[in-house]
Unconditional design. Sequence first.
Length: 208
Amino acid sequence: MSAAEARSEPEPLGTRARLVAAARDLLEEGGYAAASVQAVADRAGVSAGALYRHFTSKAELFVEVFREASKVDVAAIDAAAAEGDCVARFEAAIATHARRCLHRRRLSWALLHEPVDPLVDAERLVHRRMYCRHMAGLLRQGIAAGEIPEQDVELAAAAVIGAIAESLVGPLSPVAGKIASEEEIVAGLVRFCRRSVGIADRAALRSA
């Protein structure tokens, strides 16, 4: 192998990154019950002791998984809501948030709803506040542009984010029975959120 070829090969993940990836994969496969310390260590190819050299507890490892997933989700939502008028961007943010959850239902359930350690619950609150800030920003822009009625944007943003989270409890649950299609869920959520902030319905919802 030439020096140039060696430089072009991706660097192997460090131990900490492998542990986070292993924990995420196990959560996606079977939730917290499947992601024991030994299972995570085995999947990452390290000893259980190595896990505790990087994380003080299993809960701290899951907080790191949550933070990484949140960063990726927020970046995807921001990218989706970067174009169009303010209403279209509002719709895109809601639709993208819901679709990303529905595409990885077991992982989303574990991260957002499954009973967990208080440390992870605290991170969930941080995650919710971050989404609320982004949603409040979209609402402010819409109000300034005259596309959304004047209102308390902080309260409205919290209500929208709460509605999305609560609406997805059933569809994401591992024991959910028959549910509506992804497109029906997303379209219904977008329509509800539009109405909740005073945006009139229109024939075609561009984002949903």
